[in-house]
Write a protein that binds this ligand. Structure first.
Ligand code: 7RM
Length: 649
């Protein structure tokens, strides 16, 4: 959670200048060049982005306009045609990269596979034929519910190749959550596996899909990858094994070109109401944002071996495991399992074994490593590393220093990267060769990013003042709309401050222009890097037969960042018990996924409300954090409920 961290962040005054050695080899090695390019990118976006698009993407047909912006709808590179999969794979064939590793995979049990760009192309082409033979057409939706295995990447790229729109569903989501997503986007095809490996056990995926598919009439076919070889049920006429589907199929495929604005994927994310939002990203702008940011932020070099620990079910996996990295021709290291399997040094072991040069992970993971102890790190050399990255929440200066010293051996720069599912690519990050790093600050804006801190009225506040972060100009990788709900797109992102994109984050900008993010100012929680809406949890609880009313809030947690606390009042005649509390936790697990199970369930006769009947969340947050209830309680209807809730737990 943000509050304690902001104050500690403010105490860390040290800055870390890029070394002369790093600067010399950097893709962008001077502050003056960064400033010049950034100024051009926001003052003449059409020049800047037009040039980048021509330089970085392979076009089948050149675009005629760089940007059409009719607030809040953007179209980038109209008139242009390209194929995203071709831009990630085929472009490297016939070059020195053809036999370079695109993916190095390590499964949790220890199985290792290397897939070159040539092999990746063969796999993607083969699967593209399978899709086409099943009748999947451009624009159709395909859901992917797979473990972190190379086939997940192959499936995404095969969709992109034929213009189908993928929606990757994180493996931790429940049948209920899958069902909602499949129905919302009317998916035709689902790709899953028998299971995946996690902490030495099989995580069943197929049985979860089977349950979801009891009420998803749009789904015609399920492709099942064999990964764990556990017993599963195959439904005749609906389910087909991956290896059977593509047996003997051609491994070359003529890719069609699609419009720049052709939809590439939908990714569901939490917002401040109960229903997840289907964030829609399109082709050329998204790919350009992911590719250009990966090149500069990670300072990618031909010889890098890059490891991002995020699951491809999240936007970080989409942009910085798959699209941004492969478009740059990089070698991506992919790991299936848990970081502490068999022991808490798994990452460090793999970094040494595979000579990983760049590690991109999240503060919540760093806090776990710190807790597990330095000895697990000290067993390994880690001398192949040259750059570290952080994403998902503010990194505290304590965690920053540990990461810098223990993992980076005081040698590797740490790039903090601020962005969102909606932004598609990194919007704020200090380019590692260009400017000093400030522990705890997300950093300077990336090219094309016009970020500002404003007050409640939308007026820019002076440097050093807290406010809300907005982006005042469109950028190529921004979401285009919410699937099936453009009205919600307009109100959720452009409703608070007319004409500008509201990030939902509180932040301030310091005198050097660095952004310091304090966290969400809306009802979205960040629990171990998982984005969860409080309304989503409340909607889940509302469907439990014993619950009358509920409120979900976050409380600061030293490991997870935020922990989930739910306050519940029960229907008349229902008695509270530990068994009921456990049942409520399992209920949320079934409705959303086990990662959303609350850390604490507190039951009371009533929830604190204003006289007009609004639940007073501010008070619940204070109770959850174990703080004294302060501030104005004059509108509170019944003070005794507070005492009751404080006693609970
Ligand atoms: C990439 C991702 C987005 C929210 C965002 C912030 C928080 C992400 C940072 C961060 C501080 C960072 N997408 N956030 N990165 N806060 N510093 N470097 O996480 O859609 O899942 O979440 O995450 O609150 O609004 S996300």
């Amino acid at each position: 959670m943000s509050e304690p961290k902001i104050s500690s962040a403010a105490r860390e005054k040290r800055v870390f200048k890029p070394s002369a050695e790093f600067q010399r080899q950097a893709n962008l090695g001077s502050l003056a060049t960064y400033k010049k390019l950034h100024a051009e990118s926001v003052n003449s976006p059409e020049n800047f982005w037009g040039r980048q698009a021509n330089e970085h993407l392979i076009w089948r047909k050149p675009f005629s306009t760089v940007l059409n912006w009719k607030t809040p709808h953007a179209e980038w590179f109209k008139g242009g045609k390209l194929n995203v999969a071709e831009n990630c794979v085929d472009r490297h064939l016939g070059t020195v990269r053809e036999n370079k590793a695109a993916i190095i995979f390590e499964g949790e049990p220890g199985d290792v596979r290397t897939i070159t760009y040539k092999q990746l192309s063969m796999h993607v082409c083969r699967l593209a034929h399978v899709f086409e033979n099943m009748g999947v057409k451009a624009g159709d939706r395909v859901a992917i519910y797979l473990p972190m295995v190379p086939e997940a990447i192959v499936a995404m790229l095969a969709c992109a190749r034929i213009g189908a729109v993928h929606t990757v569903i994180f493996g931790g989501f429940s049948a209920e959550a899958i069902k909602d997503r499949l129905n919302d986007c009317q998916a035709k095809l689902v790709i899953t596996a028998d299971g995946g490996w996690r902490r030495g056990k099989v995580v069943e995926l197929k049985s979860v899909v089977d349950r979801a598919l009891e009420s998803t009439p749009s789904v015609e076919t399920v492709i099942v990858l064999k990964r764990t070889a556990n017993e599963i049920n195959m439904v005749e006429g609906r389910d087909i094994w991956w290896h059977d589907a593509w047996k003997g199929g051609p491994n070359q495929h003529k890719a069609k070109a699609f419009d720049s604005e052709h939809p590439l994927f939908i990714l569901y994310t939490s917002g401040s109401t109960g229903k997840p939002k289907g964030v829609l990203h399109t082709s050329a702008g998204y790919l350009l944002g992911a590719k250009l940011s990966a090149h500069y932020v990670f300072d990618l070099k031909e010889n890098d071996r890059y490891f991002c620990s995020a699951d491809i079910g999240w936007i970080t996996g989409h942009s910085y495991v798959v699209y941004g990295l492969l478009a740059n021709g990089s070698t991506v290291f992919l790991y299936e399992g848990a970081p502490n399997q068999p022991e808490p040094d798994r990452f460090w072991q793999m970094i040494d074994r595979h000579a990983i040069t760049i590690l991109y992970t999240a503060p919540t993971a760093i806090r776990s490593f710190m807790r597990w102890g330095d000895n697990y790190v000290l067993r390994h050399r880690l001398d192949s590393l040259r750059l570290l990255g952080s994403v998902g929440e503010p990194i505290s200066p304590e965690a920053w220093r540990w990461y810098h010293h223990m993992i980076g051996k005081d040698r590797c720069p740490i790039v903090d990267t601020w962005w969102q599912t909606e932004t598609g690519s990194i919007l704020i990050a200090t380019l590692p060769g260009a400017a000093p790093l400030k522990p705890g600050a997300a950093g300077l804006p990336f090219f094309g990013v016009a970020a500002k801190i404003v007050d409640e009225q939308g007026k820019e506040v002076p440097r050093g003042t807290d406010g809300k972060m907005v982006i005042t100009k469109p950028w190529p990788s921004m979401l285009r709309t919410l699937w099936n709900d453009d009205a919600r797109y307009q109100s959720a992102y452009f409703g608070d401050f007319p004409g500008v994109y509201f990030t939902g984050d509180g932040a301030k900008q310091d005198k050097d222009g660095y952004f310091w993010i304090s966290g969400r100012v809306d009802d979205v929680l960040n629990i171990s890097g998982h984005r969860i809406g409080t309304a989503e949890v409340e909607a889940a609880l509302a469907s439990h037969p014993s619950v009358a009313e509920s409120a979900a809030v976050g409380r600061p947690d030293s490991l997870k960042g935020q922990a989930l606390v739910v306050f519940v009042s029960l229907k008349t005649g229902v008695a509270t018990s530990d068994a009921l509390k456990e049942d409520l936790r399992s209920h949320i697990g079934r409705e959303i996924g086990s990662f959303a199970k609350p850390d604490s369930v507190r039951i009371a006769a009533g929830l604190p409300k204003t006289r007009s009947g609004k639940i007073m969340r501010r008070i619940l947050k204070e109770i959850a954090a174990g703080r004294e209830v302060k501030g104005d309680t004059s509108t509170l209807e019944d003070f005794s409920v507070i005492a009751a809730l404080q006693k609970e737990d």
